[in-house]
Design a protein around this ligand. Structure first.
Ligand code: NAP
Length: 302
């Protein structure tokens, strides 16, 4: 099968197309013929080698967690799925390939495009988890750093649907996008605290950092530490705030993914696709994810 393989850590150019044997599903796994694979910022950090401590990655490796495709073979003990069913979920052993193995999958609604389906797993689960941990109440004000991002934009939509006021940070080009999602946009960078206080003089009730861009000190000037959550800043302990990790890497939350699918299918949640790439151009997708891109997910199409 065609796949994108990484034989060493480094720049995006370490991602190279290669031929690999089609993997055989183990007990409890399905094999998925991958129609679309999502690119996550964490993929680029694993590739660079900066996450070796958190995500030990034996080489050569195939990256990629989020996949959508058609079940093509069943491992022993699998009774919930049959060959030919369309699914989305988390790959085990790499999704940047024509075939991937998975245990944690849910059915893909027929109305979803492959791109939409592959965009959803990690960010759909993460957005719900972040809101569950922070638990802002209707009428309260939530500040979302990185509100135009793939996770942040889902958090904005979910929070607004629950009657929560959302102030979101983004670059100026993305402010109209945030307004359309229902958030009050502010620019990030120097002067952020004053800009937020212009909108909410008392500060905010909760903060989600979905940017990981050194925004925790400013957050603590607007909100008590126990109401600040980051999913992206590894200096969280120095600032006394909580960190939440998941996104398909530890005991994937299939129920949360199912709920995200339900919300998208019901038209209550929109996940944007910013760009698609042929599988062989995974390196270009990684450059784009690292250099900033239009709001939404980047998707590889095997
Ligand atoms: N812990 C977990 O379980 C988990 C799960 C999923 C993702 N994550 C992490 O969460 C982060 C966001 O993921 P994503 O998929 O949403 O990424 P993304 O789509 O690339 O979004 C990142 C966002 O950060 C914004 N940004 C850049 N610099 C900023 C700054 N100085 N201040 C505020 N915002 C800034 C960008 O906004 P503009 O484009 O408007 O500049 C962009 O929208 C990543 O670090 C990812 O690794 C963690």
């Amino acid at each position: 099968m065609r796949a994108v393989v990484m034989e060493k850590f480094g720049a995006p150019s370490v991602l190279v197309p290669a031929e690999l044997p089609v993997p055989e599903p183990g007990p409890g796994q399905v094999r998925v013929r991958v129609a679309a694979a999502g690119v996550n910022p964490i993929d680029a950090r694993i590739r660079s080698g900066s996450m070796k401590h958190m995500f030990p990655t034996p080489l050569p490796a195939v990256l990629g967690m989020d996949i959508a495709g058609t079940v093509d073979a069943l491992g022993s003990g699998v009774t919930d799925w049959s060959v030919g069913q369309e699914v989305l979920g988390w790959a085990e052993g790499g999704g940047y390939a024509e075939y991937a193995l998975a245990t944690a999958v849910v059915a893909k609604p027929g109305a979803f495009s492959w791109e939409q389906a592959a965009a959803l797993p990690s960010v759909g689960e993460t957005a719900q988890r972040a809101l569950r941990v922070l638990a802002p109440e209707p009428g309260q004000t939530l500040l979302v750093h990185g509100a135009s991002g793939a996770v942040g934009s889902l958090v904005v939509q979910l929070a607004k649907a629950r009657g929560i006021r959302v102030i979101g940070t983004a670059r100026a080009e993305n402010h109209a996008y945030l307004t359309a999602l229902g958030a009050e946009p502010v620019a990030y960078g120097e002067g952020l605290v004053d800009r937020v206080r212009e909108l909410s003089p008392q500060g905010v009730d909760a903060v989600l950092d979905a940017a990981g861009a050194g925004v925790l000190p400013d957050s603590l000037r607007l909100c008590p530490a126990e109401r600040v959550l980051t999913i992206a800043d590894m200096t969280f302990a120095e600032h006394g705030v909580r960190f939440s990790r998941g996104g398909g890497t530890e005991e994937p939350d299939v129920a949360a993914l199912g709920e995200a699918v339900h919300l998208v299918a019901a038209g209550e949640l929109t996940v944007h696709v910013a760009g698609t790439y042929p599988l062989a151009e995974a390196a270009t997708a990684h450059r784009d994810t690292e250099n900033g891109h239009a709001p939404g997910k980047l998707i590889l199409l095997p």
